[in-house]
Design a protein around this ligand. Structure first.
Ligand code: G3H
Ligand code: 13P
Ligand code: ZN
Length: 285
């Protein structure tokens, strides 16, 4: 069933666990995420980016996810979310398509611009009962960066600013930067746990951690204790998908597309189940 993302994350915050938000690009990944959540009796978020709208068609992928959630998992709360909407137009497009949860990502902008745009998007979305996630600080894409050492202080969320950002924009959930990074690359040696606790003490909205593909159980438990209610995962499931494809393509005689893609789906499902178990959301339904 389609569920309200804000309510889902508030419940996770209350229950001391976190919900996984997994990126999808196609039928196989979507079914893998939904089947994993269903088998583990876990709430889950299925999310898409603008690049996936361009690849699959925004309406096509949205309605695929919606139909799978409604007809194959009517007893499992499933949030459908726009991930990393980088402009007003993309967020508007997602709302027009039917998304009830959107991220506006102004994290690469100067603070006043991020504040102003986030506020504008919250006004647009809240008028239609839509939930908004925004990002303060910046969770970098280290794969795009050449430098050897990362000046983490430049990226991380400022707790005082977070308080002002949440109060002034009225956002629903906040993506934080505490040494986490996108991709299977480097993260900061240790997440800045004290910074996370400070942010959590200043704001009462659920906090989201992007780039959780390479987060192990120890780190996961520590940040959930300190206020994270949602983890975003993409690279780990992409790697699982490609691994499953490679395995199924070993035989040059195989011509059944369903067998090849079905194997990729099974690999993604296993990766999603591992994450759901680590995040503590299994058995919550
Ligand atoms: O954080 C972003 C996700 O990994 C999605 O990446 O823009 O290639 O869909 P994408
Ligand atoms: P990873 O690809 O590092 O798991 O990050 C996913 C993400 O943050 C999607 O928004
Ligand atoms: Zn992200």
């Amino acid at each position: 069933m389609i569920a309200n993302v804000k309510e889902m994350l508030l419940q996770a915050k209350e229950g001391g666990y976190a919900v996984g938000a997994f990126n999808t690009v196609n039928l196989e990944t979507t079914r893998a995420i939904v089947e994993a959540a269903k088998e583990l009796r876990s709430p889950v978020i299925v999310q898409m980016t603008e690049k996936t709208f361009d690849y699959a068609g925004g309406r096509a992928i949205f309605n695929l996810v919606k139909n799978i959630a409604e007809f194959y998992a009517s007893d499992i709360p499933i949030g459908i979310h726009l991930d990393h909407g980088k402009s007003f137009e993309v967020v508007e497009r997602a709302i027009d398509i039917g998304f009830t949860s959107v991220m506006y990502d102004g994290s690469r902008k100067e603070y006043p611009d991020n504040l102003m745009m986030t506020k504008k998007i919250v006004e647009l979305a809240h008028a239609r009962g839509i939930v908004v996630q925004a990002e303060l600080g910046n969770v970098p894409y280290l794969g795009e960066m050449q430098m050897e050492t990362i000046e983490w202080d430049r990226y991380m969320t400022n707790p005082d600013q977070a308080k002002q950002f949440v109060e002034e924009t009225g956002l629903d959930t906040l993506a934080v930067a505490i040494g986490n990074a996108h991709g299977f690359f480097r993260e900061r040696n240790e997440p800045d746990y004290a910074r996370l606790s400070a942010v959590a003490s200043f704001v009462d909205v659920p906090l989201v951690l992007h780039g959780a593909s390479d987060w192990n159980n120890g780190r996961v438990g520590e940040v959930v204790k300190r206020g994270i209610s949602c983890f975003n995962v993409d690279t780990a499931t992409r790697i699982a998908f490609i691994g499953g494809l490679r395995e199924a393509l070993v035989s040059e005689e195989e011509t059944d597309v369903r067998k090849v893609l079905g194997n990729a789906k099974e690999h993604v499902k296993e990766a999603v189940k591992n994450k759901i178990t680590a995040f503590g959301s299994a058995g919550r339904i």
